[in-house]
Design a protein around this ligand. Structure first.
Ligand code: SF4
Length: 363
């Protein structure tokens, strides 16, 4: 236990733990001490009792995707009855609804359509920005950037510059899952490699795009894979130029198995429970002292577990998320309105503040 306490003190002090040290504290620290230690580091990084939240809206550009990741039940083939590409009129309606609720950020996600090239995205973003100049576009993710780079035969940086010039404001850390090649080969072999995912983020950080990092866990990965994932993200963050945004937040969420190939064909059931989520939040806070915000994904784990996350290392409650088709398609059915999310933060003993995507205070 003396060894564990020393490691926890090291982490609370902001030092980097290596993979063996991360494993050691995860395996050998009782819940209360692990959560408390993560909370101490949270308090050191954010001395106030404030917790951020945001209004944004997820719109899926298309559900057509060539990747067919085995954990996804959202993607469709071209020609499927329920395959779609969102029309400009649908964007207009959804953006007006978002504005009515007081939000300004659109999270644009979707499948990797085999035929939609860079021109499609730059035209779409430019049109949305022309019609809604104050809209913030938090769009795509490293797998799409890699896909467009291959399609157009240009570098990741050139893709990112073209997207930024057309109106994209920030790059979500989507499609990270577990950043270990053997795991990606198993669950998403058609998607970009872990190294490419990280390389896109390095390029985005050099260009000073605000970005986020994510993890989807609780499927075929081991504890070592999860810790390695955290360390690889931490290393990229450590390489960002001084003063650049880098990864603003880290958001883990559990694999949801409903209707997925991973469960139906491979027999892999979702293994994460609420306790494992809390421990993951805590170990993430302790392993990632150079990422400012840890976000509790109450959308997937529910309000109560989300609230305990705020005492286990998390300092952000994320979005009311008006639409989230990929997660809800696989079994997450949680929802909360603007009053509800603030109430939930207060009930947990914190003070809510509404933020934008770069963590500026709105109210
Ligand atoms: S997770 Fe994303 S990339 Fe993978 S199949 Fe689904 S939509 Fe395509």
């Amino acid at each position: 236990m003396k060894h564990i306490k020393e490691l926890l003190e090291k982490a609370i002090g902001g030092e980097f733990l290596d993979i063996n040290e991360g494993r050691d504290i995860y395996l050998n620290t009782p819940d209360a001490l692990l959560f408390h230690s993560a909370h101490l580091l949270r308090n050191r990084l954010h001395p106030s009792r404030e917790v951020g939240w945001i209004i944004d809206r997820n719109v899926n550009i298309t559900n057509i995707c060539f990747s067919f990741c085995s954990f996804c039940n959202f993607c469709r083939k071209p020609g499927d009855e329920d395959a779609y590409i969102t029309s400009i009129d649908e964007y207009r309606t959804k953006i007006r609804e978002l504005y009515t609720l007081g939000g300004k950020q659109l999270l644009l996600q979707g499948g990797m359509h085999p035929k939609l090239g860079l021109d499609f995205y730059t035209k779409l973003f430019a049109q949305l920005k022309q019609e809604f100049p104050d809209l913030r576009l938090h769009a795509l993710g490293p797998p799409e950037i890699v896909h467009l780079s291959v399609m157009e035969k240009i570098s990741f940086t050139e893709v990112l510059i073209a997207l930024r010039e057309s109106g994209m404001d920030s790059l979500p850390g989507a499609g990270a899952e577990i950043l270990v090649e053997s795991i990606r080969n198993e669950i998403s072999p058609a998607k970009c490699s872990a190294e490419d995912w990280l390389e896109v983020m390095r390029a985005a950080h050099l260009l000073n795009f605000p970005t986020s990092a994510t993890m989807m866990y609780g499927h075929v990965e081991s504890l070592s894979d999860r810790i390695e994932h955290l360390i690889r993200i931490r290393e990229v963050q450590d390489q960002k130029p001084e003063g650049h945004f880098g990864f603003l937040n880290f958001i883990p969420w559990p694999f949801m198995d409903e209707g997925t190939i991973l469960k139906d064909r491979d027999g892999v059931k979702a293994s994460a429970d609420n306790r494992s989520y809390l421990r993951l939040i805590a170990i993430s806070r302790l392993m990632l002292p150079n990422i400012e915000h840890i976000q509790a994904s109450w959308l997937t784990v529910g309000k109560e577990t989300g609230q305990i996350c705020l005492h286990s290392g998390a300092n952000d409650f994320g979005s009311i998320m008006i639409e989230e088709n990929v997660v809800s398609a696989a079994g997450a059915k949680t929802s909360m309105d603007t009053e509800g999310i603030q109430q939930a933060i207060r009930e947990a003993g914190f003070e809510p503040y509404q933020r934008n995507q770069i963590f500026e205070r709105i109210s």
